[in-house]
Design a binder for this molecule. Structure first.
Ligand code: FES
Length: 244
């Protein structure tokens, strides 16, 4: 069972430092940084991200594919892992840690839309990472352009993956849930460790139980991800990517 990291006796300090993608020296020098970073974080199983061939995902593989899908913290809950191709730093005071990996460019979020929980399936995805320039309506009802955004074409919610997936436009009430990543610079391996922000899983399971069970051919749709999760390039994961 998941539990809040506030009760984080079991969370080893070294792992936590990696979660926050913050150097040990900075944390040691400024304990307030550590305290601020724990807000809203939930620990889940530490899960290795691996490619479809079974080998661990590497930074160059992520860079090649830009956007990919894996399932975490449950075996049925889809997430994006995205290489934004540029360093992504957290806004000041944010609990979101910014980008991971050698270029601080790798981010990961739940792919379950915070509005009505549209999510990528093998047949179709209405919510996608859009590296190209797109036009959307922002929260001031102005038509604006942007690139490298996550766009849900169900009701046109737009999220900024370079800023903790905050909502830029559309009816989504909250940001996408962040997936906390650990990157080991020696092995270039990535692990998922937990989530940050509002989780949507209970309502997702209630709403789509039958479909999820069919899609994944399993009865226990709430099975936690353990040990390893397979990461599939987004363009290969869904047969139809709906782009608006
Ligand atoms: S489900 Fe994504 S915008 Fe409505």
């Amino acid at each position: 069972m998941e539990k809040m990291i506030d009760d984080r006796k079991s969370l080893d300090r070294r792992t936590f430092v990696k979660v926050c993608m913050t150097s040990l020296s900075v944390i040691a020098a400024n304990p307030l940084t550590l305290a601020a970073s724990t807000e809203g974080v939930r620990s889940h199983n530490r899960v290795l991200l691996r490619k479809p061939d079974g080998e661990p995902v590497t930074s160059s593989w992520l860079s090649e594919h830009r956007s990919a899908i894996f399932h975490y913290p449950y075996v049925t809950t889809p997430c994006f892992i995205i290489d934004l191709g540029r360093p992504v730093t957290a806004p000041e005071g944010s609990a979101w840690p910014g980008g991971a990996g050698p270029g601080s460019s790798i981010v990961s979020y739940s792919a379950i839309c915070a509005h009505r929980h549209s999510y990528p399936t093998r047949s179709a995805s209405f919510i996608n990472f859009r590296p190209e320039q797109i036009t959307y309506v922002n929260r001031d009802d102005a038509q604006v352009r942007g690139r490298e955004l996550i766009y849900c074409c169900s009701e046109r919610s737009v999220y900024d993956p370079a800023a903790g997936a905050r909502v830029l436009g559309g009816p989504a009430p909250t940001a996408l849930t962040s997936i906390m990543l650990e990157h080991d610079p020696e092995t270039d391996r990535y692990h998922a460790l937990g989530t940050l922000g509002k989780e949507q899983y209970d309502v997702f399971f209630e709403k789509f139980a039958f479909r999820i069970a069919l899609d994944h051919d399993r009865e226990n749709i709430r099975e936690p991800a353990r040990d390893a999760a397979t990461v599939v390039p987004a363009l290969e994961y869904s047969t139809n990517q709906v782009r608006c």
